[in-house]
Write a protein that binds this ligand. Sequence first.
Ligand SMILES: C[S@@+](CC[C@H](N)C(=O)[O-])C[C@H]1O[C@@H](n2cnc3c(N)ncnc32)[C@H](O)[C@@H]1O
Length: 233
Amino acid sequence: MPQPEFNRKLFGRKKGRKLSLQTQELIDTLFKQKLDIKCEDLGEPESYDPKNLFSFEPKQMIAEIGFGNGDMLAVLHKENPDDAFIGCEPFLNGLGNLLMAIEGNNTRNVRLWQDDALLLLRQFTDNSLDKIYILNPDPWPKKRHHKRRIVRPETLDLYARLLKKGGRLIMTTDVDDLAEWMVTQASNHDSFIWTANSKADWQNAPEGWVKTKYEKKGEKAGRKQSYLIFERL
Ligand SMILES: C[S@@+](CC[C@H](N)C(=O)[O-])C[C@H]1O[C@@H](n2cnc3c(N)ncnc32)[C@H](O)[C@@H]1O
């Protein structure tokens, strides 16, 4: 299927308050020397097998778009040392928080991209990922901003190209309008089928679920999280 071009479009913040010395040091060492994915290594669009980012043969290849503070990644990479994790998050302070959380762990199964996730993912070869996580993406509530949403027809084409047959697109939100949007967009896409058979399937967290900062924040404010899991046909 023809792939859309993605130009670099970031609407959120890249940097917040000043980083602590310790965080800055982790960015200069652990991130820049080890975990950072270098743009110049990626070649032409659709040509790079993400397995090449790792020094071992991973069981599963998992990408997360907009990991925030990396709450999910920090737990999953540790619990699943044979799987490989690619985290994308432009916000430097969030990246710093993830580095603080994983420092001292075995990080051979983690690589990170501090920019627009779409610019990285478009470089990857077909059928190269087992799972894509998109947790609490920015809701862009105004109608004229809906085209900024990270789940939309063109991005679903990209996720469909990247996911293996039976692979999972795992999305969450506590914004009802966005939940409805994500379910509608993904259900209307030929390559995805919603795995939920009952309300309970999308209203309750899957087993072993890790709550992210945004999920906890929403919960505190009385909002309910939806867990929307689609399978690649
Ligand atoms: C509302 S926050 C949710 C963070 C985290 N997933 C959580 O649940 O706590 C959305 C995140 O998506 C990131 N983001 C937005 N656009 C992105 C893009 N194109 N590529 C990667 N990350 C993006 C933002 O920087 C922000 O950290």
